[in-house]
Design a protein. Structure first.
Length: 278
């Protein structure tokens, strides 16, 4: 059974690791009877995919900040209580993160539990779950890049807060506690963001096992997607349709820019005079 070790933060004497131990291969080797087919390392393929994801990351980033700026300043999202309670929660957590002992074991528990949830989503089984102040790991019969990277883009505690609020709304009037929900989301999202940024430079094999470049690009894109969803939910002036329309418009502008750049490059390669952009 493949042994998969995922760990949160460990102390200086133990670097933080998430280890995936593969199956043991045969003990003897011999020359194949036929020529081996040409193979391409999976990591190379993922790096190529990462290059194609970079423009999408740039377009999504532009769309998010355009929508956020429009909602905040032109549509006065900043004047709403939800915005300030979310911001208050995030600021309180930042003060706690940088000024108080960090609750590492809470992060490690959420980290490993996120692995478990995504193993179950992928149809796998978990036979061991271990969490301590020095780190943790799970043992599972299934692993892939989604399972490995899930703790870095899936804000488990924010999702739990929304789930608890939603379930409670089925039985009670929770409308008076909406501001408390936004404060909780501010705390839990900042918790996710700060620990993710803190853990990434610590030689996490969660990232290196699937290619560090690919992992970082994928983590960034997924976090930005989740932030975009939260922005649409939090702002009554922004809808998924309007956000999608902005995304398509930015994609069209990017395509036109790439086409113009390609035309200029071809003209330069053929020696044709380059016309200035109008």
């Amino acid at each position: 059974m493949p042994r998969r070790r995922s760990s949160g933060q460990r102390r200086r004497r133990k670097p933080t690791r998430v280890k995936v131990v593969p199956y043991v291969v045969p003990t003897r080797r011999r020359a194949p009877d036929h020529s081996m087919p040409l193979t391409v390392p999976t990591r190379w393929v993922k790096n190529i995919i990462s290059l194609f994801l970079l423009p999408w990351c740039a377009i999504l980033t532009q769309t998010f900040f355009t929508a956020f700026t429009r909602a905040t300043f032109h549509q006065q999202l900043w004047a709403g209580a939800e915005f300030w309670f979310f911001t208050l929660g995030a600021v309180l957590w930042l003060i706690a993160f940088f000024g108080l002992p960090r609750p590492v074991i809470i992060y490690v528990f959420g980290h490993e539990l996120t692995h478990v949830l995504w193993v179950w989503l992928m149809g796998g089984r978990v036979s061991k779950f271990r969490v301590s102040g020095d780190g943790g790991h799970i043992v599972t019969n299934r692993t892939n890049f989604l399972i490995a990277l899930a703790p870095y883009f899936f804000p488990l505690y924010s999702v739990l807060a929304i789930a608890v609020y939603g379930i409670a709304s089925l039985f009670f009037n929770v409308a008076p506690y909406g501001q408390l929900l936004y404060a909780t989301l501010g705390i839990t999202w900042a918790f996710h963001l700060t620990f993710t940024c803190w853990m990434i430079p610590k030689n996490q094999t969660d990232l290196s096992d699937h290619g560090t470049f690919f992992s970082l690009v994928f983590i960034y894109m997924m976090n930005l997607l989740l932030l975009s969803v939260l922005l649409v939910i939090a702002s009554p002036q922004i809808t998924f349709a309007s956000f999608g329309a902005d995304l398509v418009e930015n994609l069209r502008s990017f395509s036109e820019w790439v086409g113009s750049l390609a035309d200029r490059f071809i003209d330069a390669a053929l020696g044709a005079p380059m016309l200035p952009n109008r």
